[in-house]
Design a protein around this ligand. Structure first.
Ligand code: 5GP
Ligand code: ZN
Length: 114
């Protein structure tokens, strides 16, 4: 989609520190990390928010979580623990309107989140 930051990163038009990619998604390090490990797992398909998911996207969402599992293993946080988060719309602080799964790890993560 034109003028979407994450579509541009997926298409390679804007650089990012990629850590993983497959046919469903591209994952890269967050530019402003909130933990020692902070990766964004972004589907190749442009979907603005979680509210826009349909049943046709069920496999895509599962694939994002499988990518998170793989990256957590690759980045050596799988055993210690990690968190995955989707922010949806303003109250959750969503800033980029192309869904993305945050993967955070490498420190103890407080609960409840802010
Ligand atoms: P949201 O608040 O929408 O859930 O998360 C957007 C995330 O994208 C933020 O954590 C922000 O730091 C990250 N981000 C914004 N612009 C860029 C960018 O140009 N490159 C990378 N790698 N991350 C970005
Ligand atoms: Zn997009």
């Amino acid at each position: 989609m034109a003028d979407c930051l994450f579509c541009s990163i997926v298409e390679g038009k804007i650089p990012a520190a990629k850590v993983y990619e497959d046919e469903w998604c591209v994952a890269f390090r967050d530019i402003k990390p909130q933990a020692p490990l902070h990766v964004l797992i972004v589907p190749r398909k442009h979907i603005p928010t979680l509210n826009d998911l349909t049943a046709d996207d069920a496999e895509l969402v599962g694939r994002l979580l499988l990518a998170a599992q793989e990256i957590a293993r690759q980045e050596n946080v799988a055993e210690a623990g990690y968190r995955t988060v989707f922010n949806c719309n303003a109250a959750a602080g969503q800033m980029v309107f192309h869904i993305h799964l945050h993967l955070l790890g490498g420190r103890n993560l407080g609960w409840p989140p802010g």
